[in-house]
Design a protein around this ligand. Sequence first.
Ligand code: GDP
Length: 456
Amino acid sequence: MMGDTIAAISTPLGEGGVGMIRISGEEARGVAHRIFRSSRGDLRISPGYRAYYGRVAMPGRNETIDEAVALVFAAPASYTGEDVVELSVHGGVYVVRQVLRAALAAGARLAQPGEFTRRAYLNGKLDLTQAESVMHLISAQGEDALRAARSGREGAVSRRVTGLKERLLAYSAALAAWADYPDEDIPALQSRTLIGELSAISADLQALLATYDGGRVLREGVETVIAGRPNVGKSTLMNLLAGCQRSIVTPVAGTTRDVVEETVLLGDLRLRLADTAGLRQTEDLVESIGVGRTRERLAAAGLILAVFDASLPLEQEDRELLDLLSGRPAVAVVNKTDLSPRLNLEEVGRAGAPVVQIAAGAGRGLEELKAAVEQVAGLSGLDPAAGILASERQRDCAVQAQSGLAQALAALELGETLDAVSVCLDDALQALLSLTGERVTTAVTDEVFKRFCVGK
Ligand code: GDP
């Protein structure tokens, strides 16, 4: 498969200034030469890293499809590690399709989704975590999400994992050495040291695992429910949030009903507010908090903004809502703080959620709300540039590694044989090797790359 030459449209299909067709493989120059003519040079003998102006036509035909600029990248210093030619033409749907057709007629095969990046991975240009970051770079919608994807692309996750892997390897080698002398017990001191060191690795692995939830919030935003009894100021709060930034309305795919999801930005964080229609028309809110659908929505939410009225004492419905907040990712938002206070803040605080005082009507308190939301969403203290786990796959591998380590530690504590400890450590190592993609099955890489679009 790697031997053949692939081609695809690498820019979005639509009208735009420029559209680009990428060709990669041993025959990339030959394929491009058959469809691209330039008086400025011959792509087949180009040293690479040059742009050539010329014209594209079907192989063996004279009629020009479009003018083009060809960029040549010589193997191995290219994205895929192979010879790559990129043909930039005018960005019209028909034009780029015709140029792709010409490349296919000239001997290239249509690339599969993510195949360019897969080749880069197979040629050792990037590992699996870096490949996954490419996808997140493309879909990043905020400063921190971009920073996280970029540092992942530059290998921040790999470096963290490799550091852990090397420390583990050192101890598993030491264990193997001890295991070679089965008659001698592990000296008690060494066993203690080993337990200490493995616990330290386990703690670092736990810190890496802890980045996952926050990273997901950065990439995907957080599904948010604004709850509270009628008249506390939910709509006002939502309008305030929506008013800070242009709100984006997106249909949610895969739902049977036409649920509309509205996204509002709180700083850099995207709050996805599903089903806000009910909020906008308060008279529709016939359902009381704590029953049926509201309860279900609260249970499923990634973030609950529970709103209370500062100018009134707590009512039964407020208390029901507070009960539902315990153990949930929630912020208690005390609204209308511009009025004289009658709410018992201490009672609100007992639910365990951070309490933020705002005056949505006057637009006050958003900064405090933002800080509380970041804390609840696992973003405070999260350094996007330090390498954060960026996919369910990466997380699963880290969890497996952690479980291998825990078993090794348990075996050591119980004084089990060195072989038993060694086997557990090997499991942990294997899991870390799959995380970076150094040792994975084709099924796993297939799964990773099938999420890519064609042309990447
Ligand atoms: P909802 O039923 O929870 O969606 O509440 P609304 O957002 O419709 O607000 C109910 C009433 O409270 C409206 O008359 C708002 O103008 C008023 N309100 C909302 N926020 C504030 C605030 O911060 N201060 C004051 N004084 N009134 C507010």
